[in-house]
Write a protein that binds this ligand. Structure first.
Ligand code: 6PG
Length: 244
């Protein structure tokens, strides 16, 4: 059993303060990665929570982040066109990618408009395997948590939760759009630093059920996020943390 550092739980007054702190720490991780490897790789989360963070990175950190050496990936994607308002890529493009001078080749969306879901997962896995040959994958992984404890598009009782060979799989999920492409725990847990951003009182009950507990990851998939680097950072606003 690898030794795991204690998870870092940070509570913030509101989503704005949470987002500003997350941006600052991501910037620190970027500087370390560029100094160590000459590049910085980050996997973005979808949903609503990270939008404010992405906009802060695109504005406050516009001149500070070395975009030429930054590579952006995605932790999951809804299997809809990248122009669809439900697309995680579209959200990131609107509030971050279209606002920064990131070279085209540094943006790695999950393809959804060329293949079926299975082919898309296979193609994205090839992209990731080419990018990350060693044991470590992303420098930073950003994740959210659904009200029932899903993360990325890893939902309760999904067969994808126990996938330990593939890095990317196509899944059917119980919320719309139901066809999703998601990274699996194997690659998500190879990150140097993982940030799970959770905000809102609707998440408070699940946060109480997962923080510091031995809850099963089949019930609460977010419990399957156990980075081998040992660095797991929970960023909670006051509402999400209100029952801790
Ligand atoms: C997605 C996300 C998903 C998200 C949670 C929380 O594709 O929707 O990757 O895992 O992080 O559903 O979403 P909110 O931030 O909107 O609450």
């Amino acid at each position: 059993m690898e030794h795991r550092l204690k998870d870092e739980i940070k509570k913030f007054a509101d989503l704005d303060e949470l987002s500003r702190s997350a941006a600052k720490n991501i910037f620190e991780e970027m500087k370390k990665a560029v100094a160590r490897d000459g590049r910085f790789s980050i996997a973005l989360s979808g949903g609503h929570t990270p939008a404010a963070l992405y906009h802060i990175l695109a504005t406050v950190y516009y001149d500070l982040i070395n975009w030429d050496l930054t590579h952006v990936y995605f932790g999951d994607e809804r299997f809809v066109s990248h122009a669809d308002p439900r697309s995680n890529f579209k959200m990131a493009k609107d509030v971050l990618l279209s606002l920064i001078p990131l070279p085209e080749g540094n943006i790695h969306p999950i393809p959804t408009d060329r293949f079926g879901p299975e082919e898309s997962a296979i193609e994205y896995e090839q992209i990731l395997r080419k990018a990350f040959a060693g044991n470590t994958a992303f420098d930073v992984v950003l994740l959210g948590m659904g009200v029932e404890g899903h993360t990325a598009s890893l939902f309760p009782e999904s067969p994808a939760l126990d996938e330990n060979k593939r890095w990317v799989v196509a899944v059917d999920v119980p919320v719309l759009p139901s066809k999703r492409i998601t990274l699996t725990f194997d690659i998500l847990n190879r990150s140097r630093a993982t940030f799970i951003l959770v905000a809102g009182k609707d998440k408070a009950d699940t946060i109480r059920g997962v923080i510091g507990t031995d809850a099963d990851y089949h019930t609460f998939p977010v419990k399957g996020i156990r980075p081998s680097s040992g660095r797991l950072n929970w960023y909670l606003d006051a509402e999400a943390a209100s029952l801790l």
